[in-house]
Design a binder for this molecule. Structure first.
Ligand code: ADE
Length: 434
């Protein structure tokens, strides 16, 4: 027996009764397949006596329960009497993740699916998978959005695409399965708190962002912090204690504005040149937040207690100082919303972007074939897709090496990439030598 830290374990079921005599435990699985538990070797129980890992002495698959869930009988080392085993009734049971067998293509573990957002073909989001119920013929995804949970059959005609890389599911529900009112925006709801809402209005109403908002794909709202200021002058700032230049955004109106819009689980971000630098990985992470609240600074900055009280994290868009956070908020909004397929009319899959694979993007060309004597590289006209892919990879590596060599340190490079980089290096050396 050993106490476990809980990491690297996957909860797969719940302990029921203990058998008289030898204390064998009956476990009801969350899913239908007992194979992983039967072959696990070790399990961890979390229940009234605490959290303890046991060696499995014997594991036997039983008939599935009436609702389709798998059942397994387990004898565990050290739990050799009914009395000892019974103390674990109702405990949750986990197995080491390392013992999971690889699944054939097109099959997934429930834990890979639970928590993922579910989208319909026009991009709108139904909610996230809260649970999975096995039934005789197929599993049912229990999807929770704003209202009543919906049951979505996990069959190929309805569950059309599982995109684990992007962390989302696509369904094509037949008429009547999903009420229109159940569909929400395609990405997180975004609230911007500012004392200059008019600075953002035009940008958010214009072209593709505006269209996506009007069609319900995006839910972006502006809140004027001044509406939360009291006093005749509705003042939102004050002089800094201890002296110094500029004014400081005051606690009362900012915190009141923030509390009026932020739901539980919202990601709160204060735009500030002091913050962590926004990068592509962070933008991708923000995409799965249910709500993002962007707090725009002005003047000298925020009263520190705003950050402490609300837990807002500071975010910077670059090592330079803007007059306020509004332009930075727009940068965050565009970096996040363009990752939602269809929202900014961007047909390019975001995986092909600069940065998403850690490299700068290769050069692009369109017609005419010759512009003022400058020709499009021959290979792009060849129709040889493998050669084009190689050429583009080479150019991406060349550009990244020249402009942002530090990016190569944190990028997964294949052996072929290393070979290309060696060639590029030799090539450059030869040219500088001559
Ligand atoms: N406000 C002022 N400068 C900023 C920056 N670089 N990033 C985010 N917010 C800011």
């Amino acid at each position: 027996m050993a106490s476990i830290a809980g990491e690297g374990w996957l909860e797969v079921g719940r302990v029921g009764r203990a058998r008289r005599g030898d204390g064998a435990l009956r476990v009801t699985l969350h899913g239908d397949d007992p194979a992983n538990l039967v072959s696990a070797g070790r399990v961890s129980l979390r229940g009234k006596p605490g959290e303890i890992a046991f060696r499995v002495v014997e594991a036997r698959a039983l008939e599935p329960a009436r609702d389709g869930r798998g059942q397994v009988e387990l004898r565990l080392e050290g739990l050799d009497s009914q009395e000892r085993a019974e103390a674990w009734g109702g405990a949750s049971l986990a197995i080491p993740e390392a013992s999971l067998r690889a699944l054939p293509e097109g099959e997934y573990y429930w834990r890979q699916i639970i928590g993922l957002p579910v989208h319909v073909p026009d991009g709108r989001r139904l909610g996230t998978v809260a649970e999975i119920w096995p039934t005789e013929g197929h599993d049912l995804l229990v999807v929770r959005g704003g209202g009543e949970p919906l049951m979505i059959p996990a069959v190929d005609e309805i569950l059309t695409h599982v995109d684990l890389d992007a962390g989302r599911l696509w369904i094509d529900p037949p008429a009547g399965l999903v009420p229109d009112g159940a569909l929400g925006p395609a990405g997180p709801r975004i609230d911007v708190l500012t004392i200059f809402p008019e600075l953002l209005q035009g940008f958010l109403e214009g072209s593709l962002l505006g269209r996506a908002r009007r069609s319900g794909l995006l839910d972006i709202r502006l809140t004027d912090v001044r509406d939360f200021a009291s006093g005749r002058h509705r003042s939102v700032d004050d002089a800094p204690y201890g002296g110094g230049d500029g004014m400081v955004l005051a606690c009362e109106p900012v915190v009141a504005a923030l509390e009026s819009v932020a739901a539980a689980g919202a990601t709160l971000l204060a735009l500030s040149p002091r913050g962590r630098l926004l990068d592509q990985a962070w933008a991708e992470e923000l995409l799965s937040a249910p709500q993002i609240v962007l707090l725009c600074g002005r003047y000298a900055g925020f009263d520190q207690r705003i950050l402490e009280e609300t837990g807002a994290r500071e975010l910077s868009i670059g090592d330079y100082v803007l007059a306020g956070g509004e332009a930075a908020a727009l940068v965050v909004i565009e970096a996040v919303t363009r990752l939602i397929p269809g929202v900014l009319g961007n047909p390019v899959s975001p995986e092909k972007d600069s940065f998403s694979d850690g490299l700068l993007e290769f050069p692009l060309y369109t017609r005419p074939r010759v512009f003022r004597g400058r020709e499009v590289p021959e290979v792009l006209l060849s129709g040889d897709h493998a050669a084009i892919t190689r050429y583009r990879r080479r150019e991406a590596l060349r550009l990244t090496r020249r402009r942002r060599p530090e990016l190569l340190e944190n990028t997964h490079l294949t052996e072929e990439d290393d070979e290309i980089l060696r060639e590029i290096r030799d090539d450059t050396d030869r040219r500088t030598d001559s």
